[in-house]
Design a protein around this ligand. Structure first.
Ligand code: GDP
Ligand code: MN
Length: 386
């Protein structure tokens, strides 16, 4: 789960990360009032969407009066903002964050993320902010410092000092930098983050060190431990199909292809997606209906698959282990009828009572193809949508 910049800043402030004062707003008038309430000559109006690259896309504007702030708000609120991370349709801006403006002397990059290779969080820092970190990693990898965080002991003081040195911070600024880095790491660990990124971290002309932007992502599987974080969820920012799937306890992830997949078991679902691609197709989703999926779940899954306009065909690949193949076949038949299925459907069943399951499918009167192997199933669905 991701949260908005202003929410991340509110959380990080509790861990001692310095941020500017700001006010989240939902209307043009609120934005005007926020400028006045901040009482600063320079403020920044920032579109709150779960995507980066807002600055270049016109979603971050410096303003010097309440009227100017309102004008900016008028141009942003309720409209889609297209950045290089949103896709061409963009994201509708529903919240603006009005923040006291900073006099930037220097921009840096700082992030904590989970590194599976070293089985621990790592802190990543670069003295060159503003540029995209991916670009820096590709062309100038030596500019990026990496420090593994001990999973129990946390970040060691010497590591924070080394990171500050790499960032070119000295004296009081190094002390402030170490405190900021320490706070970010503690927030990451205590809140079960998957990512905590500050881009840019800045030094102001007055010599302050602070977080000018903040992005945080959380491990969904740990959210039950953090009610206060879970409450920050913004369903507007999530794929409606994924939100719907969650209600029915289905693991669903939307992808960009056109073959809808319904599979039981995460491993089998991944294998199915791989084989579809090997046969020249593109999966529209990852969907694991679980080992004990019932008829209702199969129907819900079908509805979600079909609500995706891109889906031109469906591949069902189910192994009847806990569930018997005839039960699954009944579920598929009921779902296909209930949803008035109008795209090609290929079903591959294997496991307990497979013969009976196949017979039910063949006798269903539905226009569907069956397959004995995964290869055959993938070939059939790819051919069917051509
Ligand atoms: P992003 O483009 O979505 O990553 O949004 P950021 O919050 O990182 O802002 C983009 C850029 O806007 C920053 O890199 C800064 O250059 C600029 N910016 C943001 N806030 C301020 C500010 O308070 N003062 C000044 N001068 N520039 C700012
Ligand atoms: Mn940024």
């Amino acid at each position: 789960m991701n949260i908005h910049e202003y929410q991340a800043k509110q959380l990080l402030a509790k861990f001692g990360v310095p941020v500017s004062k700001g006010i989240p707003c939902k209307t043009v008038d609120e934005v005007g009032k926020a400028y006045t309430d901040l009482g600063v000559p320079l403020a920044v109006v920032k579109a709150q969407i779960h995507a980066g690259g807002r600055g270049k896309a016109g979603g971050v504007k410096l303003v010097r009066s309440a009227d100017e702030a309102k004008k900016v708000a008028q141009n942003l609120l309720g409209k889609p903002l297209v950045t290089h991370q949103t896709g061409p349709q963009g994201r509708i801006v529903k919240t603006l964050y009005v923040e006291a403006g900073s006099d930037i002397a220097r921009e840096m990059y700082l992030a904590v993320l989970m590194d599976r290779a070293v089985q621990a969080p790592v802190v990543i820092a670069a003295a060159e902010g503003g540029v995209e970190i991916e670009e820096l990693a590709a062309h100038k990898p030596q500019a990026i410092a990496r420090h593994r965080v001990h999973p129990v002991k946390g970040l060691m003081p010497f590591q924070a000092r080394a990171l500050c040195k790499h960032l070119g911070l000295v004296g009081e600024q190094a002390k402030a930098g170490a405190k900021l880095i320490g706070g970010l790491v503690r927030a990451f660990m205590e809140l079960d983050c998957s990512l905590a990124e500050i881009n840019p971290m800045i030094v102001t002309k007055q010599g302050e060190v602070k977080a000018l932007d903040a992005k945080m992502g959380f491990d969904d599987n740990a959210l039950f431990r953090h009610k206060e974080v879970a409450e920050l969820r913004d369903l507007n920012e999530e794929d409606p199909k994924e939100v719907e799937a969650k209600k029915f306890d289905l693991s669903y992830i939307a992808l960009s292809g056109n073959i809808g997949c319904m599979v039981n078991g995460a491993g089998l679902a991944m294998a199915t997606m791989d084989v579809i691609q090997q046969k020249g197709g593109m999966p529209a989703n990852f969907l694991d209906v679980g080992g004990g999926a019932n008829k209702e779940q199969v129907t819900d899954a079908f509805r979600i698959l079909l609500s995706d306009q891109n889906v031109k065909g469906i591949l069902v690949n189910i192994f009847g282990g806990i569930m018997k193949c005839d039960t699954i076949a009944e579920g598929v038949i009921a779902a296909a009828k209930e949803t008035h299925l109008s795209v090609p459907l290929v079903v591959r069943l294997e496991g307990t009572n497979v013969e009976l399951g196949r017979k039910l499918l063949q006798q269903s009167g539905l226009d569907l193809a069956t397959a004995a192997t995964l290869d055959e199933a993938a070939e059939k669905i790819v051919a069917a949508i051509r």
